[in-house]
Design a protein around this ligand. Sequence first.
Ligand SMILES: *Cc1c(COP(=O)(O)O)cnc(C)c1O
Length: 408
Amino acid sequence: MNELAEYEVKRNRFTNNEKALAIGSRFWHETTQAGLAGIVADLGADGYFSTKENHRFINLSCCSYLDFDSHPHIIQGAVAALQKYRVMDHCISRVRVQMPALLELEDSLGALFGAKVTTAISASAASAGTLPLIASGHLSGGVRPVMVFDKHAHFSMNLYKATCADETEVVTIAHNDMNALEDLCKKHQHVAYVCDGTYSMGGFAPVTDLLALQEKYGLFLYFDDSHGLSILGKHGEGFIRSAMDRIHPRTVIVATLNKAFGASGAAIMFGENSHDNALLLERFGGPMAWSQPMNTAAIGGCLAAAELHRSPELAERQQRLQANIELFDSLVETDQRGNPFPIRLVKASHEHVLAAGVALYRAGFYVSPVFFPIVAKDKAGLRVMLRAGMSESQVRMLCQQILGQRLF
Ligand SMILES: *Cc1c(COP(=O)(O)O)cnc(C)c1O
């Protein structure tokens, strides 16, 4: 076998751009043709977006579930930090020189979430830095574990399967398949499981079962709780962190600070006494070591967001979100009915889903139609992301519009 042939045999074991582009191009082409992608619009003070043509709509594809993204206190926090430090970014890896405000933020988030927190510019960068060090055993107790990914794990983690596979064995199992995971735990002494806390198409991790497997087999757990942060927990510590009293030394929780938290960046939560992990990431965590740390505006915005998370405003917004979810559930049936997460997938046939999305947009509600080939033909639907800032009448109007569409 010549060198090239050998290369070809080994390629595309975990990702396949040719396939991904074939699937994605068709989906985006049809979505754009329908006018539901490539929209340019401004957010007004009343919570409505408007386009240059003066089309006004509520954005139900936005992950700012508590509407903190436009909160004046957070905007002011970003501006105040810029004025105080008079620099956007020091243009140097934090391993050498860093701003005191970054450490202040990590302490603040640590106290808020009951964890040792280190930050990254995004959840994507956090996974890029963390997963390979788990695969090599450096963040997982010194022994390379078999890395098991949930089939529905987010792109930002899947992308590093190949990198992890350069360090250890990588296995993908069916979505939430706890039997397959337990079989692997029986077969291998060290196993690490990688999953989302709540999934972008509506499901969530069986966290109680996972903690039981950790207890029984010493399973290492890596959760990306980006959709679960802020919306749940007394201080907005999220779905996964609220499910445990303390963070076990064999658990890592990553979450973006860009969704419900309301600012920018990401938090990586370790157990309380894991200062070495933060240092390891600072030195060897891929983009966390060689790329920019959170910039001044992001740090200031996050410090202000953390203050809001300590104020009564958090519980008020969490409750408003839950009330909107419950109202939606009482009017529109979905498989997600009854769960506390803001993502709902309203089923529709492949033939009608796009037209329904267009009609809703014309009526002032932007939801994302998902359809083949992005999902299987029988799994098409309208993805709706509810928010705390919607009024009761807006939720009712949205539901009325959805029920008025031909979906099948
Ligand atoms: C949105 C999302 C991300 C991306 O977060 P960034 O901070 O923008 O990188 C990563 N993981 C999950 C599960 C997400 O939902």
